[in-house]
Write a protein that binds this ligand. Sequence first.
Ligand code: ATP
Length: 222
Amino acid sequence: MINVEIKKNLFYFDLDVNFDLNKEVLVLKGPSGSGKTTVLNCIAGLDKPDSGIIRIDDEIVYSSRNKIDYPARDRNISYVFQNFALFPHMTVFENILFGVDKRKREDLDYVRKLMDIFGISHLKDRKSNCISGGEKQRTALARALATKPHILLMDEPFSSLDVKIKSTLYDEFLELKNSLDIGVILVTHDPHEAKVLGDRIVNIKEGSCIYDISARKSRLVK
Ligand SMILES: Nc1ncnc2c1ncn2[C@@H]1O[C@H](COP(=O)(O)OP(=O)(O)OP(=O)(O)O)[C@@H](O)[C@H]1O
């Protein structure tokens, strides 16, 4: 589904990562400054590797050798940013509709369904700067899924939330992920979150991948 083999010179070390993603949740875990966000940005087309190749659904979206570099909008990827990046002057509904073809009735119905699933329908007309952290997280996730991406990138989306809200959102996220059948790359510092949500964990240390197959095993034996 996605294959990443990229190198990039960063300030203190070289990023050199190499992994595949299928329809699963792959967790990128590692200390602050180890290169996790840079990897997501390169996959999304918001940053550029120095060399390498990125394939999405068997299509090459980035290749240094062949000088291919698809813009972000053509990669069929959605991105949930750490601070959610909602448009504060827009309502919850307008935020989620952003990027959706509003002329298509089935797409509008899908947006309403997502709002139901995430329990935010009652906030439809509320400005997004007047909702709680957990509600912002749900809105950001609904917005990311509204465009029906093949890949979902999430950069520490739960980090600013309290423990109780986090565990509710973990359950909602896993339920939805199973029904959507998409690939997810989730960046986190939190070992518990990595274990609960990840099918597979890739640790990044100073720009290099260290694989950890234990997470997948522990999920399989449950
Ligand atoms: N455009 C850039 N060019 C060179 N170096 C960069 C660039 N952007 C970030 N860096 C450096 O690359 C390293 C990795 O940064 P990155 O934001 O990817 O780390 P991270 O693992 O996501 O960190 P955090 O968990 O704190 O968000 C840092 O040392 C940073 O200073």
